[in-house]
Design a binder for this molecule. Structure first.
Ligand code: SF4
Ligand code: SF4
Length: 282
């Protein structure tokens, strides 16, 4: 089963919930894998401290023009929707940072002047952290191809037990790639106007994708009404609340797992998984 932990906004506690949920499931003896798909800034490793035993490059294919064969017809530039290849004077010029690897320019070139060459855009790391299998993607600094790196991480997900996917924040293409083809999405939010606004966007996204989902509220307060009211109106289950507790923030600030240093929350994370299964079955 693949569970994506997502949020419409950064800094809501997505990683906190993802890593503690993964550890909590592992403690029940189930096989679990945590995949950090927040590839622009993966930070799950700070808490899980995995031993990495496999690192691989992620490459995309970009065009390379053989100037001797190019007749300057401009067909490649007319086709490219990203202005990643243009014809200047009578020769084609490639801006490979902008290329989305569709291969279209190569197909329309009448002289066979274009060939594809690999370009490294990031890395995947896989390893182990106690009983949690660990994976993460790292986008190269300055690159924009986070979707390719996320895809590479997800392609290596194991096919047994539970896979927890820590998605990037927002609702744009990288998030869609991270949550796509998962069985369940847990949307993490916080009881603030910004949290509510971005939760609404995230709900729209998962509804379009038709993936079962529920909400987790981080830094929740006892009489909070904003998120509760919205979820009631929209018939959305809130299946987990993590209180606004200074001790949680202190643990986070020194890279500690809540389930390790604050055992009173261990039961809550275990029941999060049970609640999630109930929503999924229901
Ligand atoms: S492969 Fe596609 S995106 Fe890249 S330069 Fe060619 S047409 Fe443009
Ligand atoms: S389509 Fe081929 S021949 Fe025409 S400009 Fe582009 S690279 Fe040159």
């Amino acid at each position: 089963m693949k569970i994506a932990i997502a949020s419409g906004k950064g800094g809501t506690g997505k990683t906190t919930i993802a890593i503690n949920l993964a550890c909590s499931i592992a403690r029940t003896g189930q096989a679990v894998q945590y995949l950090d798909c927040d590839v622009e800034e993966p930070n799950g490793h700070i808490f899980l401290q995995p031993e990495i035993n496999q690192t691989q490059s992620v490459n995309i294919s970009v065009p390379q023009v053989d100037i001797d064969k190019c007749n300057g017809c401009g067909k490649c530039g007319q086709l490219c929707q990203y202005s990643a290849i243009i014809c200047l004077k009578d020769k084609a010029l490639v801006f490979d940072q902008l290329c989305h690897s569709c291969g279209g320019c190569m197909r329309v070139c009448p002289t066979g002047a274009i060939e594809e060459i690999p370009r490294e855009v990031g890395f995947t790391d896989f390893g182990l952290s106690n009983n949690v299998k660990f994976g993460q993607g790292r986008l190269k600094i300055g690159d924009i191809h986070s979707v390719s790196v996320i895809k590479a991480v997800k392609d290596k997900a194991f096919n047994e037990g539970v896979v927890i996917i820590d998605a990037p924040p927002g609702t744009s293409c990288p998030v869609i790639e991270a949550v796509k083809a998962t069985d369940f999405v847990l949307l993490v939010t916080e009881p603030t106007p910004f949290g509510l606004n971005d939760l609404k966007l995230a709900v729209e996204m998962v509804r379009v994708l038709k993936i079962p989902f529920a909400v987790a509220v981080n830094r929740s307060e006892p009489d909070e009404q904003m998120i509760n009211q919205y979820c009631r109106d929209e018939n959305i289950d809130i299946i987990f609340e993590l209180p606004d507790d200074r001790k949680i923030a202190e643990a986070y600030s020194v890279g500690k797992m809540i389930v390790d240093v604050l055992p009173k929350y261990d039961k809550g994370f275990a029941s999060l998984y049970e609640n999630l299964l109930k929503v999924l079955k229901g």
